[in-house]
Write a protein that binds this ligand. Structure first.
Ligand SMILES: *[C@@H]1O[C@H](CO)[C@@H](O)[C@H](O)[C@H]1NC(C)=O
Ligand SMILES: *[C@@H]1O[C@H](CO)[C@@H](O)[C@H](O)[C@H]1NC(C)=O
Ligand SMILES: *[C@@H]1O[C@H](CO)[C@@H](O)[C@H](O)[C@H]1NC(C)=O
Ligand SMILES: *[C@@H]1O[C@H](CO)[C@@H](O)[C@H](O)[C@H]1NC(C)=O
Ligand SMILES: *[C@@H]1O[C@H](CO)[C@@H](O)[C@H](O)[C@H]1NC(C)=O
Ligand SMILES: *[C@@H]1O[C@H](CO)[C@@H](O)[C@H](O)[C@H]1NC(C)=O
Length: 395
């Protein structure tokens, strides 16, 4: 009788007091962004007459340091899995899935992770058969190409553009570049970023895009951020012009807005991320593999997070909205009374990346608990697995 009453109270109180010491880790699925890469475009020269830093690899490749840092993340995750008695030694082939987009940087990130997390286990990185094209699973495009849907998405993007105010960020960036003395100013009269308008580009089969100062600013600030992570001397990171966190936060607003406008969309994100979210739910439903790592891009992190409908969150000690090497870690836990979901954003801080710090259980990367609308979490961050599975409208 007393037991029944306790069980009933427990139901009423949503089992807030889960005994975390008795929880057992049953399944892990990680959605990850690749690690430190070279800038996506090498065509930035015209935006400043100053000398741009040289990169060792072609545009958009994982750097050597990026591979090393991803190895640290792999090792850290393996230590954690080991401490939870989840996987010890080499896993069976069917227990683990390492799957990456077809880009060099995502494949190399997955390889660096796997070789370090599962050392000497000879795991292969799985990928879409045609390595020449973007894997449709990761390709962040609109799948519903009806005019009605495209108009809805366009309208939301336009509203977001209208609400955004990057004047201060653009002025700061123009100052850092000394845009007035650049070729682009002399030849194409682009001398002030904040005076130009952005245009939304929605083409079938292409990523939702914005052309104009937002895209230009995003490419430039991204190259500064990567050179900072890569550990270039201060004089080569934006020519030593960024001296405070305030400046970093100000100019990285441009990258945040670029992501926000293109992929953080009410209806659009569910459509864009549908293949990936369905794939993830299928793995949860199946209960297999036990451990999955999916490696994609910030556009995937963004659209998947929005499609799942996570509550807004803040990632301290980072200036990127979806940090490089960052991982959304979905965990299924169980105890005698049920199964639970916990989701954490695990990511290296800007300082850990720049310093090339090894992350370990004692010096961990940052962890932020995420909460889904529709799956209320306990104080320790767990929500009922059955509530989570009810959110699967994809099968
Ligand atoms: C470029 O790569 C080579 C070998 O891959 C390495 O020895 C060198 O230090 C790298 N240079 C820079 C500036 O990263
Ligand atoms: C590693 O895996 C590959 C591909 O699955 C296989 O061809 C190779 O023989 C394996 N090597 C060892 C040492 O097990
Ligand atoms: C595409 O979007 C339109 C407009 O929102 C909607 O009416 C239609 O059902 C959607 N089609 C599919 C296949 O989801
Ligand atoms: C945008 O921000 C700037 C300063 O940050 C302010 O002066 C300006 O009025 C704002 N513009 C709009 C349209 O709100
Ligand atoms: C977005 O538009 C810009 C400017 O037109 C272009 O340079 C860029 O390649 C486009 N990006 C994608 C992913 O299509
Ligand atoms: C995405 O949009 C929501 C609602 O519009 C907002 O609360 C959230 O902060 C945005 N996320 C990012 C990373 O910009």
């Amino acid at each position: 009788m007393a037991g029944n009453i306790i069980a009933l109270l427990c139901l009423v109180a949503l089992c807030k007091a889960i005994d975390i010491d008795t929880l057992k880790l049953e399944q892990v699925l990680i959605l990850s962004r690749h690690n430190v890469r070279t800038p996506l475009t090498a065509k930035l020269e015209s935006y400043s007459s100053k000398v741009w830093p040289k990169w060792n690899a072609s545009a958009g490749f994982l750097t050597e340091k990026g591979a090393r840092l991803e190895g640290y993340m792999g090792k850290y995750i393996a230590e954690w899995l080991d401490s939870e008695d989840f996987i010890e030694g080499c896993p069976n082939e069917d227990e683990v899935l390492i799957y990456a987009n077809t880009k060099r940087r995502t494949l190399d990130t997955a390889k660096a992770f796997a070789e370090s997390a599962f050392q000497n286990c000879n795991l292969t990185v799985q990928h879409y058969e045609n390595i020449e094209v973007f894997d449709p699973l990761f390709l962040p495009i609109l799948h519903n190409t009806t005019e009605a849907f495209k108009n809805q998405v366009r309208e939301e993007m336009e509203n977001k553009l209208r609400e955004m105010n990057l004047t201060e960020a653009y002025i700061e960036l123009s100052k850092i570049l000394n845009l007035r003395t650049s070729d682009i100013c002399k030849k194409l009269y682009l001398c002030e970023l904040h005076l130009r308008r952005d245009e939304i580009v929605l083409e079938d089969g292409e990523e939702p895009n914005v052309s104009g100062p937002l895209d230009i600013g995003n490419s430039i600030v991204d190259s500064f951020i990567m050179s900072y992570y890569e550990g270039m001397p201060t004089s080569e990171v934006a020519w030593g012009e960024i001296e405070t966190d305030h400046q970093w936060n100000l100019i990285s607003q441009i990258c945040k807005e670029n992501q926000n406008i293109r992929f953080n969309l009410t209806k659009g994100a569910k459509d864009i991320a549908r293949p990936l979210v369905k794939y993830m739910f299928d793995i949860f439903k199946e209960g297999n593999p036990k451990f999955t790592l999916l490696v994609g891009h910030d556009s995937n992190m963004n659209s998947v997070i929005r499609a799942f409908d996570f509550k807004p969150f803040v990632l301290p000690e980072q200036f990127e909205p979806f940090p490089i090497g960052g991982k959304v870690v979905f965990q299924k836990w169980s105890d005698i009374s049920g199964q639970y979901l916990k989701v954490e954003y695990v990511y290296p801080t800007t300082k850990q990346l720049r310093n090339g710090d090894r992350v370990t259980l004692l010096q961990p990367p940052k962890k932020v608990v995420l909460e889904l609308n529709g799956c209320e979490i306990s104080q320790s961050g767990y929500c009922p697995w059955t509530d989570f599975m009810k959110l699967n409208v994809y099968s």
